[in-house]
Design a protein around this ligand. Structure first.
Ligand SMILES: O=P(O)(O)OC[C@@]1(O)O[C@H](CO)[C@@H](O)[C@@H]1O
Length: 308
């Protein structure tokens, strides 16, 4: 079983408008609502790939009830922990004229000490049965900034591989707890390390404690810096579309391929094909299955000299 953790779950709302113009009123063409937050997107893609997946994190209030209803018919199993506050919404606005997407993320509900303690109990039980754990997304208000570091230590003590996908101070603290894998984008890596050049930044992130670093290069694919070697993986051509959730699909690709025993080039090829096929789908947590099958054999994975 693969466990994904989304401490700040969200009801993801996607609007499509003809053209997004600040200070103007807009008629929304299409409205899509999905159970979201990064770990839920990862789990939905893992479920679509046929992997047994459990989601945990916090859910609450009227928005949380809608999220749970939308999640119920999908493959991931729901082990979300209840909070008194209302689950947040996130809004992705896709502009048809440019193809660009603008993202607005609410902060999320306040989480109290008793709710955090209840979550830690659930997490401890789930980790004991997990083959891998993914810790994903921002922290809701009230959760301490070292929360991911704490969850990484629990997974490591249980001997379960753990992937961290977050940003800012939770990433900095999390990396110091020595996760097996981190998947920052180039901006997050630059904020963490001070280096804009992705290879230099990825090597620095490894020195800070991450066992392996998979840097997302946006439409250009992924850069991997691991103890087994370094690779660049790229789609045959960059695609345009809604990139929301593309990174989550890359995480699902890496974890599913790890669980199936694929080597690094196989993991990276799957991650790039899935994230590219997600850009072609209208909402996060979904991918264009035909595009994925067509892209997978055409992803290029090139090694480069590993750091000494
Ligand atoms: O605020 P966070 O937790 O960093 O990101 C939340 C979020 O924008 O990320 C996903 C796309 O990766 C969306 O489904 C989701 O709502």
């Amino acid at each position: 079983m693969i466990l994904t953790v989304t401490l700040n779950t969200a009801l993801d709302v996607t609007y499509t408008v003809d053209a997004l113009v600040p200070h103007r009123s807009h008629r929304v063409g299409e409205v899509i609502e999905r159970p979201g937050g990064k770990g839920l997107n990862v789990a939905r893609v893992l479920g679509a790939l046929g992997h047994d997946t459990v989601v945990t994190g916090f859910v609450g209030g009227a928005t949380g009830a809608v999220l749970r209803d939308l999640l119920a018919p999908l493959p991931p199993r729901d082990a979300l922990v209840r909070v008194a506050g209302n689950t947040r919404r996130t809004l992705a606005i896709t502009d048809r004229s440019t193809g660009d997407t603008t993202q607005l993320n609410e902060p999320g509900p306040q989480v109290g000490a008793a709710e955090w303690a209840a979550f830690l109990r659930t997490y401890g039980e789930l980790v004991a049965d997990a083959d891998a754990v993914a810790l994903c997304g921002s922290l809701p208000p009230g959760i301490h900034v070292g929360a991911y570091a704490e969850l990484i230590r629990t997974a490591r003590a249980a001997g379960v591989p753990v992937l961290l996908d977050t940003s800012g101070e939770p990433l900095r603290r999390g990396i110091a707890a020595r996760p097996d894998l981190v998947k920052p984008n180039t901006d997050e890596l630059a904020r963490l390390t001070g280096f804009r050049e992705p290879l230099r930044a990825a090597r620095d992130a490894r020195r800070r404690g991450a066992h392996a670093v998979i840097a997302s290069l946006g439409p250009e694919g992924l850069l991997a810096e691991t103890p087994e070697g370094g690779w660049r993986a790229a789609p045959p051509t960059p695609v345009r579309g809604n990139p929301t959730g593309a990174g989550d699909s890359a995480v699902a690709g890496l974890l599913s391929a790890l669980a199936e025993g694929l080597d690094w080039p196989g993991r990276l090829a799957r991650a790039v094909a899935l994230s590219t096929a997600t850009v072609l789908a209208p909402a996060a947590g979904e991918f264009d299955a035909a595009a994925y099958a067509e892209l997978l054999p055409r992803v290029t994975v090139e090694p480069y000299a590993a750091a000494s």
